[in-house]
Design a protein around this ligand. Sequence first.
Ligand code: SAM
Length: 242
Amino acid sequence: MHKFEILREKARFFNIELNDLQIGQFKEYFGFLEEFNRHTNLISSSSAETVEIKHFLDSLSMGLASNEMDLNRNLSIIDVGTGGGFPGIPLMIAFPCWRLCAVDSIAKKLEFLRIISDKLGFAERTEIISARAEELGRVPGRREGFDLAVTRAVARINVISEYCLPLVKINGHFAAYKAKTVHDELKEAQKAISDLGGTIVNTYKYTLTGDDDRNLVLIKKTGHTSGKYPRRTGIPAKRPIG
Ligand code: SAM
């Protein structure tokens, strides 16, 4: 059986120390991901090495933000466009005091999340919602209801800012997992971020295998989001702010 020891070792670079119980949870997550992925497309390659580094470890890069925000407290997080649970499920394993709201517009993928959060023992702290982020950002209680919004591989920063920032509480954060295009994306997203009440705090650079540039963009919610955002479903992607 794959041991996930590289994950344990490299997670330390992200300020995360994984114990045996947590490594066991990652093993169980991997086993079920591999099984489910045979009939429902959640990830393109389900080899243990790929999943360990490209999905599990990458998701844990959120730990880099621990110098800016206290991650070891009860945070309510929302993972927008979670797909197979990235980054939300690895973060729930790493930070057992968090509560997760996992959102995706494709209901089929959410069945996987229901089962895995139950298997991993945090179903009670996990809410799974089939919705478009644009709709959720207008729902009272959801709007400005989360300490942290995370999103990976969903859209460019100007678009995901409109999906995520309306959902974040004042003084909360939005973390966008990005690859190489981050600088161009940030340039074009300046207006969107400030119109939506955000301020860029930091862009953490990291690599997973040595030759792939990755970036975690941390944005703080410093002002309320205007009532005109998010616009109706499909508009943020069709006509990004700015
Ligand atoms: N975050 C996962 C990851 O990193 O592996 C999945 C990435 S997948 C490429 C993008 C996911 O975002 C899809 O599952 C899609 O259904 C979801 N998605 C795209 N736009 C969305 C929206 N406006 N609201 C909710 N989910 C959305």
